[in-house]
Design a protein around this ligand. Structure first.
Ligand SMILES: C[S@@+](CC[C@H](N)C(=O)[O-])C[C@H]1O[C@@H](n2cnc3c(N)ncnc32)[C@H](O)[C@@H]1O
Length: 252
């Protein structure tokens, strides 16, 4: 059982107030023409609106229970045939198709614990793109005010749904607990700064086209949220190239 299986039944009520990103990702999907791959698709909070806009989505998630909810939301919205849901790890997505847009919304890449795992995930996303395809994702790094305000306190985020954030600034890890009734889960989110993300993206062969600070399009100016739009460059990333066999190797 994955950590999200435990909260699949109340993930949508828990995240009910998170709506600001939906239109942003739908617009990106429409601009791409589709199909779209969503890594860590969850309950389809973003994928179902994309499908409703007429774009096919392949959604990958490691939690079978989150996908059960996504399937029933897609059926209720009448777009089940547009949503292809696959159980799998976003570092090795079970996707052979190549698409013009890959998305990974709502900070899901922060589930990758180390920089090495984040790099694996970025490379996997790049590998799904057609040449010139885009990878769009959002992450955050907390402010010290946010840490001070919320640290180690149970807060009722929605009626009957509680969350507690335990911040470890040394390891840059947020342990987030979510509880409703008898069900509770705790997962880790591992943040990086914007320059660290930019360095990883370069290593993965993804060129940053745009870095926003919010979904309304304002540029990033050092706030907590970061929304990256990256383009798959033509050249393979340096570390993916074979090591030259001799000096003066003419391979570009
Ligand atoms: C915060 S939710 C985001 C869900 C959805 N994208 C949204 O915007 O509401 C994070 C999702 O990441 C999934 N997840 C975590 N680690 C994963 C992994 N290694 N591979 C695939 N999915 C993963 C969880 O199961 C969960 O559904």
């Amino acid at each position: 059982m994955t950590l999200y299986d435990r909260i699949a039944a109340f993930y949508d009520p828990w995240s009910r107030s998170v709506t600001e990103d939906v239109g942003f990702y739908v617009d990106r999907a429409l601009a791409s023409g589709g199909p779209v791959v969503e890594l860590a698709v969850g309950t389809g909070r973003i994928a179902v609106p994309i499908a409703r806009a007429g774009i096919d989505v392949i959604g990958v998630d490691s939690s079978p229970e989150m996908l059960v909810v996504a399937r029933s939301s897609a059926e209720a919205a009448g777009v089940a045939e547009r949503l292809d849901l696959r159980v799998g790890d976003l570092r090795e997505p079970p996707v052979s198709e190549r698409v013009p847009l890959v998305v990974c919304p709502f900070r899901s890449l922060l589930h990758m614990e180390t920089e090495a795992e984040k790099l694996r995930a970025l490379r996997a996303a790049r590998a799904l793109l057609v040449p010139e395809g885009r990878f769009v994702f959002d992450v955050f790094a907390p402010s010290s005010e946010d840490i001070a305000e919320t640290h180690d306190r149970w807060l009722e985020r929605e009626p009957g749904i509680f969350e507690r954030a335990v911040w470890d600034e040394a390891s840059r890890t947020l342990s987030l607990s979510v509880r409703s009734g008898n069900e509770e889960t705790t997962f880790g989110l591992h943040w990086l700064s914007a320059p660290e993300w930019q360095a990883l993206l370069a290593r993965a062969g993804l060129e940053v086209e745009e870095l926003l600070g919010w979904f309304d399009g304002r540029p990033f100016a050092g706030e907590e949220d970061m929304i990256f739009t990256c383009r798959r460059g033509g050249a393979r990333p340096p570390e993916a190239r074979p090591t030259p066999v001799a000096s003066g190797d003419p391979t570009p």
